[in-house]
Design a protein around this ligand. Structure first.
Ligand SMILES: [Zn+2]
Length: 215
């Protein structure tokens, strides 16, 4: 998290300041931030009233297997990860395990340090970056996944009707956005540990995400 990072509205809103400094014996800082910024998690309550908030998500949904749908070579700003992409993963690596995190690797994360390109808004203000398709979302739900993660601002791309959010969050799944996907991340046999700040009643929260792989 840093000042000026890309966000949904294009004006960031993340601020950090020094309240007490070393001449007084220590440095104390405070920050002001939207909850849904940087690498963060959406809880079901982000879209669905009375569903689970960030602090109520089961730990088994936050520490679980993961797999990577790698579409980086073919993805473009209006690309949608398809059911076929996921079936292709399964024919190479085997069935998606239940309660796992589906990580969409679109390559868009390379624009993180260029907020204008990362948001990629057209003249009307609509943003364009890779997303998950409806059929991919339904297929993942049929596999009873724990949630999805994306290296973009939203698994819905710039679609402000948010169909993927609605489908997943209404089924109690989680969504991780602005994930940094490293080049050395194996596509299968990984364990994901995604721990958002445990903020009571929060619908979204910053989240540190790591993956462990067997070597
Ligand atoms: Zn979201």
């Amino acid at each position: 998290m840093s000042k000026g990072m890309p966000d949904w509205d294009g004006n960031c809103g993340f601020q950090m300041k020094v309240d007490i400094d070393y001449p007084k014996g220590l440095r104390v800082q405070s920050m002001t931030t939207p909850n849904g910024i940087g690498t963060h998690m959406d809880a079901p309550s982000h879209f669905i009233k009375d569903e689970k908030d960030i602090a109520s998500i089961d730990i088994d949904q936050l520490i679980c297997p993961g797999f990577v749908i790698d579409v980086e070579k073919k993805a473009h700003a209006d690309y949608a990860i398809s059911k076929t992409d996921i079936r292709n993963f399964e024919s190479e690596f085997g069935q998606i395990p239940p309660n796992s995190i589906a990580i969409g690797k679109t390559g868009w994360g390379k624009y993180w340090y260029d907020p204008e390109k990362y948001r990629n808004a057209d003249k009307s203000g609509k943003m364009h970056f890779p997303r998950f398709s409806k059929d991919a979302t339904e297929y993942l739900l049929s596999k009873d996944i724990a949630g999805i993660a994306t290296d973009t601002l939203s698994p819905d791309g710039g679609d402000e009707t948010f169909p993927v959010h609605h489908r997943l969050l209404s089924k109690g799944k989680i969504i991780i956005e602005n994930l940094k996907i490293t080049d050395d991340l194996p596509l299968s046999n990984i364990q994901v540990i995604a721990l958002p700040l445990k903020i009571k009643h929060a619908t979204e929260a910053p989240c540190r995400v790591i993956a462990l792989s067997e070597v």
